[in-house]
Design a protein around this ligand. Structure first.
Ligand SMILES: Cc1ncc(C[n+]2csc(CCOP(=O)(O)OP(=O)(O)O)c2C)c(N)n1
Ligand code: SF4
Ligand SMILES: [Mg+2]
Length: 310
């Protein structure tokens, strides 16, 4: 394990660094979940870090008109290219240090890529990176749509959601009728050499920041799948972002877990699981669903949570 951080675990506000690596100057929507993820993740990583962002809201809205919130070195890569581009950055740093052209130090390299750019279009690039195993953290920020181009359905869009590709109507009463891809298992089970893979939520910042440090501290390419509610695409008021993220976890619609050296572990278990209707009814993208449709979602969540013991 590298020793880039004095402390891996972030338990409370006193453990959170003051420095901002993602500061003012972005043009994301009010209450943008992905923007908060970038802030929290880069804060946990610290100022000796490099960010690589694939095309998507977190590239476009962070680089408008010669402004940027990035305080740390940042590079853009094409949609779907984060795995390959970040592998190159991490390998180049290693080579420059080996040749004495850069002083030897722990520099944290982080890829940020959306659900479309990671688990649909960028799947081969991600898979190649996970096989190559250069030293970096790959962050999939999941707003469950191709948000930047107008909220089109992606491979991680939830069942029953409205998107501009799946408008509920006479032809398709339910909206999106595909099941969300399981990125954590796809990565960890499909790539046994991945040293650390986890899920997280912006609504549980200490859990998220601890996982960032764990992923950066291990040798090799780690993977973090962060749920990042998007007020525009999920159709809820911008001051509800944290509440929506929390409701998703408290209902079991989203779990907080990690897989370390092949061992799966929940990092948070709600004391009493809330009904999924509380999360679903709070989001306009599910407004067309009937009570019977929500019961279908409840049953699938019950079935997924039972083996996990909650
Ligand atoms: C190869 C390619 N196809 C399509 C586009 C158009 N495009 C730009 S951003 C974007 C959405 C990306 O979605 P996601 O990765 O989920 O990020 P988000 O916008 O949701 O943050 C698309 C389709 C592109 N830039 N490049
Ligand atoms: S559309 Fe969603 S992800 Fe994109 S900037 Fe707005 S809130 Fe953020
Ligand atoms: Mg997206």
């Amino acid at each position: 394990m590298k020793l880039a951080f004095e402390k891996i675990e972030i338990r409370n506000i006193n453990d959170v660094p003051d420095e901002e690596a993602f500061a003012k100057g972005h043009r994301t929507c009010q209450g943008c979940g992905p923007a908060l993820a970038l802030r929290l993740i880069s804060k946990a990583a610290g100022l000796r870090s490099i960010a690589i962002t694939a095309t998507g809201c977190m590239y476009v809205a962070n680089t408008s008109y010669y402004t940027t919130p990035w305080v740390i070195p940042w590079m853009h890569t094409q949609l779907g290219g984060a795995g390959a581009a970040t592998t190159g950055v991490a390998a180049a740093l290693k080579a420059l240090m080996r040749k004495g052209k850069l002083p030897k130090e722990d520099i944290n390299v982080i890829a940020f890529s959306g659900d479309g750019g990671t688990i649909d279009i960028g799947l081969s690039s991600l898979s190649g990176a996970l096989i190559e195993q250069q030293d970096f953290l790959f962050v999939l920020y999941d707003n469950e749509s191709y948000a930047n181009t107008g909220i089109q359905a992606s491979g991680t869009t939830s069942w029953g959601a409205w998107t501009t590709f799946t408008p509920p109507g006479k032809m398709l009463r339910l909206g999106h009728i595909r099941t969300k891809k399981d990125a954590l298992r796809l990565v960890a089970m499909g790539h046994p050499s991945v040293p650390y893979a986890a899920t997280a939520s912006i609504s549980y910042p200490y859990d998220l920041m601890t996982k960032v440090r764990k992923g950066l501290a291990v040798k090799g390419t780690a993977f973090l799948h962060v749920q990042t509610p998007c007020p525009k695409g999920w159709r809820f008021p911008p001051d509800m972002t944290i509440d929506i993220g929390r409701l998703n976890v408290e209902t079991g619609l989203w779990i907080l877990a990690e897989i370390e050296k092949g061992a799966f572990r929940l990092t948070y278990k709600p004391k009493v699981r809330k009904p999924v209707a509380e999360a679903i009814r709070a989001q306009g993208r599910f407004a067309h669903l009937r009570d019977a449709d929500i019961r279908v979602i409840q049953e699938s969540v019950d079935a997924a949570c039972a083996p996990l013991g909650f």
